[in-house]
Design a protein around this ligand. Structure first.
Ligand SMILES: O=P(O)(O)OC[C@H]1O[C@@H](O)[C@H](O)[C@@H](O)[C@@H]1O
Length: 303
């Protein structure tokens, strides 16, 4: 791949490997040894590691790596439907599909070079058409910068002669020390739809969101920056987003975790999902139009 080199230690590198089921995965390495792994199953980021080898994303020990089953952890792409807000299967079909490596992606405006990156492509099959009768091209760029920032840029284009609408989410499973040690900042005073109360609308009252039971909410029209603070590990994830007005916060807590086959009974303590998303107002694309949704994740260590 011409944007990378696997030969030199001080250059960004992109390597394609296969997992034990023969599914291709792309390993991105930056100049300092940080890395990210993206599976062609779902276009899903499965791992994001610092230069010290610290894993920043949660993947369940009971995750099932068997397409079309979605994988519990990492960053599944929810498209063209988030959750059960529509007639499609939960979170849409994109996370179940095998994506392709896009060898000739159209240029991205304002994109800085020097990153390790890969472009993946999802084009609907005839079977997908039966479920969702729209023609689209979905290009996903996953990029790891010199400073370890992980960026995902989704470009979805309507290549049909009639408009369509969709909802979308980067369903990000952060790895945390313990759910009771974590708080989410940047959602204060926002309205949210509570999936645990028939999607009723409430207003966030607290200074920051903390966890003491199951949480499953869609915060509406948030600012473009949200932070997840992990006191015990002394680290903060910073989420910056563009084109993604909503933020989903999810932790299944004990009872739901026990009912999930691909999540260990106690694993809910080590994960929190905070997703940049577009849900409340679905995106509509006219013929020929393209939408871009950008998520940037970074890490700050505190002392
Ligand atoms: O088990 P899934 O399909 O991956 O979904 C996990 C969760 O994803 C969250 O984003 C939803 O808000 C929850 O309602 C859902 O339970």
């Amino acid at each position: 791949m011409n944007h990378s080199s696997a030969e030199s230690d001080n250059r960004a590198a992109v390597e394609v490997i296969k997992d034990k089921n023969g599914i291709e995965q792309v390993v991105l390495r930056n100049q300092r040894g940080a890395s990210a792994k993206v599976s062609l199953h779902g276009g899903q980021v499965l791992s994001w590691k610092t230069e010290n080898g610290e894993e920043l994303l949660f993947t369940s020990n009971k995750a099932i790596f068997n397409p079309p089953k979605p994988v519990r952890g990492g960053i599944p792409i929810c498209f063209p439907q988030f959750g059960n807000r529509g007639s499609l299967e939960q979170h849409g079909f994109a996370r179940n599909k095998i994506w392709a490596i896009d060898q000739n992606p159209p240029p991205l405006p304002n994109y800085s070079n020097g990153n390790a990156y890969i472009d993946l492509l999802l084009i609907p099959s005839e079977d997908d058409h039966k479920l969702w009768p729209h023609s689209f091209e979905f290009r996903l760029r996953v990029s790891l910068a010199v400073d370890g920032y992980l960026t995902m840029i989704s470009r979805i284009r309507n290549v049909n002669s009639k408009p369509f609408s969709f909802s979308f989410g980067y369903h990000t499973y952060f790895s945390i020390s313990d759910i009771s040690e974590v708080r989410v900042e940047g959602l204060e005073t926002l309205d949210y739809l509570d999936n645990l109360c028939e999607k009723k609308r409430f207003t966030e009252q607290g200074d920051a969101l903390t966890f003491e039971s199951e949480v499953d909410r869609v915060y509406i029209d948030s600012s473009n920056m949200v932070a997840v603070l992990d006191h015990e590990r002394k680290r903060t994830f910073v989420i910056r987003k563009d084109g993604l007005p909503d933020v989903v916060v999810w932790n299944p807590w004990e009872k739901k975790a026990k009912s999930m086959v691909d999540l260990g009974d106690e694993e809910y303590k080590q994960m929190v999902c905070v997703d940049g998303a577009a849900i409340e107002k679905p995106i509509t694309l006219k013929p020929g139009e393209e939408w871009t949704g950008r998520l940037e994740l970074s890490l700050i260590h505190s002392t």
